[in-house]
Unconditional design. Structure first.
Ligand code: G6P
Length: 489
């Protein structure tokens, strides 16, 4: 988090997200080991030069004792991270319940879990109360660390109440909120019992950001239709107070991926993978094992392709990396068994003694392993049923400058709006269409692959994560200055 040239930072940035960018493991009563998880947001902020960023969030572990909390706080301070301690009950009701069982599926147009519908309806009030309580706990930590002039940047659907909690405490605080998921059509949002409270709470922010123009438009429509407020080209107006609403499409730190391909260990790994898959075209899926990623649908489309194209059967392999996530939520447990069942059936049906058509891994790969896999892939299958942006598609493109593989991309991922011209766009619900797109990708001419790759590579290397973060924060600063000028006029 240091500015490399030693000059002072222009401003402090308090980044507030449900999760800290570190995983913490307790070694003894008072000792913790921490590992930085270099997700998209972390690399974006590492590249932001003018701001001294501090991160406030949940460490993902239950620490009931004061000694443990003190030791973890101290260890995290060295990484410029500040923990919010959530007890097991809050985690169950706020994180597993309201965030991941209600908001997450709803924002991705999946509705409430079918079998739990009645139970969910009954437990809704207590989960919503826990959600507000958790957001207030995050706000309390921000307030303890806030200094005048800081910029506070709240992230994602976990913290929709946070802007309101912060502004109630200090109306002068500069507060931005960014949603990493889609924001659904107002017709979906209005089914949520707490629809109005959530919108009002977000509108307390000075700047509200989304990945795409469509999500921003849905949010403004929800405010006008549900709250009866006025939508303007700048955002939403409530009794003379304007909340600016805009699209800020995120990117990746493309240089980091491109540089990784030069590392000798990665090159060695690439050689090994090429040998292992010699004579076969490699298709790749890299997803968290989440309903929104459409993994069962993707695998069924691959089965259809094998069924319809017997000549390709021993010439293709699908590598599916499925990273376990939210394993305490029953819907996710069911999904894991469903995927295992389908993979087992297809491998049984089309496998031979020497090879199986699907390599399915229930775990993540380290960064270098992932880059090597991206580099040897012929076709990436990103077929989310809905996805805020989907950075796997960006990472794949960044690693393909020598191979120029084909990206098959869901039209329901935010990335379809930026990489649509270079990818083959598909409706992931239509497995016949996805199967046909696999054939199209396998038989595509080298010139066309080159042309499509150029388009996508140009986008991924110019619209980076750093640019995204810098644009959002400077826009937030400008919005606050403009609002002050309006008040004075
Ligand atoms: C999505 C969300 C993030 C979240 C991530 C991992 O990308 O937008 O806010 O951190 O999933 O999910 P988890 O529940 O493990 O934090």
């Amino acid at each position: 988090w240091e500015r490399p040239d030693g000059r002072p930072f222009r401003q402090r940035l308090l980044v507030v997200a449900n999760r800290l960018p570190v995983s913490a493991v307790r070694r003894s009563e008072e000792s913790w080991s921490l590992e930085i998880s270099a997700g998209g947001l972390v690399s974006a902020l590492l590249g932001v030069k003018d701001f001294e960023a501090r991160w406030i969030g949940w460490a993902g572990v239950n620490v009931p004792d004061v000694a443990g909390q003190r030791a973890l706080t101290k260890a995290l301070a060295e990484k410029r991270c500040i923990p919010v301690f959530l007890d097991e009950d809050i985690v169950h009701q706020y994180y597993n319940g309201y965030c991941n069982n209600i908001l997450w599926p709803l924002f991705h147009y999946l509705g409430l879990p079918q079998e739990d519908r009645l139970a969910t309806t009954r437990s809704f009030q207590s989960q919503f109360a826990a959600y507000i309580k958790a957001n207030q706990m995050f706000a309390d930590v921000v307030n303890q660390h806030y200094e005048e002039g800081d910029v506070v940047w709240c992230h994602d659907y976990h913290l929709m109440f946070l802007p309101q909690c912060l502004k109630k405490h200090n109306s002068q605080m500069k507060v931005g909120w960014f949603l990493h998921t889609p924001f659904p059509s107002s017709e979906i949002h209005r089914t949520l019992p707490s629809r109005s409270e959530l919108l009002h709470a977000v509108l307390a922010a000075d700047l509200v950001g989304f990945h795409t123009y469509d999500y921003a438009r849905h949010f403004v429509s929800a405010c006008t239709r549900i709250l009866g407020l006025e939508g303007t080209p700048e955002g939403v107006e409530d009794q003379g107070k304007l909340t600016r609403v805009a699209a800020f499409p995120i990117g990746i730190d493309s240089e980091r991926f491109i540089r990784a391909l030069e590392v000798p260990q990665v090159q060695e790994h690439i050689r090994e993978l090429k040998e292992r898959f010699a004579g076969r075209k490699v298709m790749l899926g890299v997803d968290r094992l989440d309903m929104i990623k459409g993994i069962p649908q993707k695998i069924l489309a691959f089965e259809k392709f094998l069924e319809e194209h017997p000549t390709w059967r021993d010439k293709v392999v699908l590598v599916q990396i499925a990273v376990p996530t939210r394993t305490d939520v029953p819907e996710y447990q069911k999904l894991t068994s469903q995927v295992h069942e389908i993979v087992g059936r297809i491998n049984g049906r089309f496998g031979t003694l020497s090879a199986v058509p699907i390599h399915h891994l229930d775990r993540s790969l380290d960064f270098h392993g992932l880059c090597a896999l991206y580099a040897v892939t012929d076709i990436a299958l990103v077929t989310s049923l809905r996805d805020g942006m989907n950075l796997v598609s960006y990472e794949f493109v960044a690693c393909q400058d020598s191979k120029k593989g084909v990206l098959i991309l869901s039209e329901f991922a935010g990335a379809a709006q930026s990489l649509g011209a270079g990818a083959i766009l598909v409706n992931p619900w239509n497995i016949t269409e996805v199967a046909a797109s696999i054939e199209q990708a396998l038989t595509m001419s080298a010139e066309e692959r080159e042309k499509r790759h150029r388009h996508n590579f140009g986008h991924v290397t110019t619209h980076t994560a750093q640019e995204w973060a810098e644009t959002f924060v400077s826009e937030l600063n400008d919005t606050v200055v403009e609002a002050q000028l309006r008040i004075r006029q």
